[in-house]
Design a protein around this ligand. Structure first.
Ligand SMILES: Cc1cc2nc3c(=O)[nH]c(=O)nc-3n(C[C@H](O)[C@H](O)[C@H](O)COP(=O)(O)OP(=O)(O)OC[C@H]3O[C@@H](n4cnc5c(N)ncnc54)[C@H](O)[C@@H]3O)c2cc1C
Length: 594
């Protein structure tokens, strides 16, 4: 892709993307597929048989399984070859996160180690720091953790009180303070610790080795789920950190923390795909075995509905994750071509797509909560038994809406970042919004569908975006820069933006699949798209209506509501039968094969 055509983060809201511009999972070649199979074999052989022992915190078990993953190269997927890793592209690393996502608490330990535990050093370490730590992290000889949160500083991460003071000899920073909820804290060898030097307003980052003097660790937290993952509070009492372990420059810490979280968010979006597929497999297999009223429960319409919805949401999430991952890879390549150093090129590419990362994190975590919740329901009483994996999946899922930035923070990031990009002129949102606003007086009651399946789907997606643009124009006129304080309205916008991205990604993938597969095989994907667009239009409508009633003058409300109705109209589809066809395929295959 040439520089002129380069896709900017957040630009999807005004840009019409063509199907041949997007990467879909079906594009993966033989090598990534083999890597995915290795990950699946690892989950089946090393993780699932040990799942109860992991949850019981059997001494040394989690680190030993991580070490086995390291021996297979799974910890060094993203680490450059010169530091002992494989240096695979971003999209393939997301595939690894996706498949390993089926590993319950292991997935959390793996993600924390290879993501937030390793990447600060990989992206911000100097050559000496990288040489010293990355080969060990790639092999699993060293395990990593990320220490940002404090008892008094969660979402407001920069408000942390942990302090670093240079000693008189100028050889060590002396750290004092505590960090809370630290994943892998019970065993990690290398901690990235964020602290303020002297009375700085902004955090700095330090590489802290576990055996430095002055560190103590609380016992494991007793958690609702992901019980097998280690989560502890860590105390620093005059902990001595050599000056050469400052990561980046003084005051770089907050920037490092946020950029690493960007990556954590998209990785979480990939993780939940594997978890969701596993929960769907458990659900369909149970429903194909359990009989009530002398019939398999998979024959009941109510169960088919749930199975279909599980598939649709998972498929949609997967579609968005790989579309965005490839955008990141393309941006990395461009950055390198423009002379940016490789690590920096990756960080900048991930930051560019911060809006997509935030919305995928929200969508993915809420998707998994839906899938496991209905999974428990399909299992009936058995779903409430701690003997089933679905019960564990249900408990384990809940954390995803809390860490890597809560979903409230990420909804805020989605809308606020997009609006700021508009205000700064990076993306001409307001220019496009003004055009939409000017056309409102002449809005028809309903869109003029052309009768061509994909042209009409494209129009539906474009209309979701138009609904956002219409509302952002009105909100900007009403609130100006104070819009950033209107959180409920921003959340309405965020959900419309999210639906627009997911719906567009799905439309583009299904269009590609139509070209790749024969008509019969492709038809099930059209069912997925039809139901998704139907559900999505209701989400956009509800959020749009809430926004209109909350800030549009009474005299203009009718005009906006009429336009919103038009922008959220989809073609009449028999979604009941579409869901039945999706469920029937799942029931026949007895596992997720979409
Ligand atoms: C199991 C587990 C593992 C974790 N692992 C790590 C780790 O490895 N490293 C690490 O550093 N941290 C880790 N965390 C911490 C996690 O990132 C924080 O819990 C999270 O960022 C939320 O912070 P908090 O718990 O203090 O909640 P708070 O920030 O106190 O939030 C409470 C509520 O208020 C809402 N809220 C806060 N601010 C706003 C706002 N501006 N607008 C709207 N709503 C708002 C939140 O969304 C939430 O609903 C982990 C947490 C858990 C539970």
């Amino acid at each position: 892709m040439s520089k002129k055509e380069a896709i900017k983060g957040g630009e999807f809201i005004i840009r019409q993307t063509e199907a041949n511009e997007v990467f879909i999972p079906e594009d993966f070649g033989e090598e990534p597929r083999m890597i995915a199979q290795t990950c699946q074999d690892f989950i089946d052989a090393e993780v699932i048989p040990n799942i109860d022992k992991l949850d019981a915190h059997e001494e040394g078990l989690m680190p030993s399984i991580l070490k086995k993953a390291g021996d297979l190269g799974l910890l060094g997927v993203s680490i450059p070859e010169e530091y002992g890793g494989f240096g695979l592209d971003f999209t393939t690393s997301m595939l690894v996160a996706d498949v390993l996502g089926a590993g319950y608490a292991f997935s959390v330990a793996y993600s924390a180690d290879t993501g937030i535990g390793t990447l600060p050093i990989m992206y911000y370490g100097n050559e000496k720091q990288k040489q010293k730590y990355l080969p060990g992290l790639a092999m699993g000889d060293l395990l990593g953790a990320y220490c940002l949160t404090e008892p008094g500083a969660g979402s407001d991460a920069n408000s942390g009180k942990t302090k670093a003071v240079l000693n008189e000899a100028g050889t060590h920073y002396i750290l004092n303070g505590s960090k809370m909820w630290i994943t892998n804290g019970g065993f990690a060898d290398i901690l990235t610790v964020f602290a303020k030097i002297d009375d700085d307003r902004i955090l700095s980052a330090f590489i802290v080795e576990r055996n430095y003097p002055g560190i103590t660790f609380n016992p494991e937290e007793n958690k609702m789920g992901i019980k097998g993952s280690s989560t502890v509070q860590i105390f620093f009492n005059d902990c001595e950190v050599p000056v050469e372990n400052l990561l980046g420059k003084r005051g770089d810490g907050f920037r490092i923390a946020l950029n690493i979280l960007n990556l954590g968010r998209i990785k979480l979006g990939a993780n939940v795909i594997g978890s969701a597929k596993s929960a769907i497999n458990q659900s369909v297999q149970y429903s194909n075995e359990r009989k009530q009223f002398k019939t398999l429960i998979s024959n009941f319409g109510a169960i088919k509905y749930k199975l279909a919805q599980q598939v649709i949401k998972t498929f949609a999430n997967e579609t968005a994750v790989y579309r965005m991952s490839k955008n990141v890879d393309d941006a990395v390549k461009r950055n390198i071509e423009n002379g940016i150093e490789k690590g920096q090129a990756s960080v900048e590419a991930q930051r560019e797509f911060a809006i997509e990362a935030a919305l995928i994190k929200v969508f993915g975590s809420e998707m998994l909560d839906y899938v496991v919740d209905e999974g428990v329901q399909i299992h009936g009483g058995m779903g409430y038994s701690a003997e089933t994996l679905i019960e564990r999946g249900y408990r384990d899922s809940r954390i995803n809406r809390i860490f890597e930035g809560t979903n409230e923070i990420n909804r805020n990031v989605t809308a606020d970042t997009l609006i700021k990009k508009g205000q700064k002129g990076v993306i001409p949102i307001f220019e496009e919004a003004t055009k939409i606003a000017a056309s409102l007086d002449d809005m028809p009651d309903s869109p003029q569908f052309k009768g061509d399946y994909f042209e009409d789907a494209k129009m539906i997606v474009a209309n979701f975006k138009a609904a956002f643009l219409m509302l952002i124009d009105a909100a900007q006129n009403k609130f100006g820069r104070k819009l950033a304080r209107e959180q409920e309205i921003l959340f309405n916008f965020s959900d419309i933006i999210m639906e627009s991205y997911i719906a567009e990604s799905l439309y583009l993938r299904v269009k590609r699949l139509q070209e790749l597969k024969d008509e019969k095989a492709a038809s099930i994907y059209k069912d997925i798209l039809d139901v998704y667009l139907f559900d999505s239009s209701n989400v956009v409508y509800k959020n749009g209506l809430e926004a209109i009633y909350s800030f549009v003058d009474e005299a203009s409300q009718c005009k906006y509501i009429k336009a919103l109705r038009c922008f959220t109209k989809v073609k009449g589809t028999n979604v009941k039968e579409a869901r039945q066809r999706i469920a029937n395929k799942l029931i026949d295959d007895n596992r997720y094969m979409f």
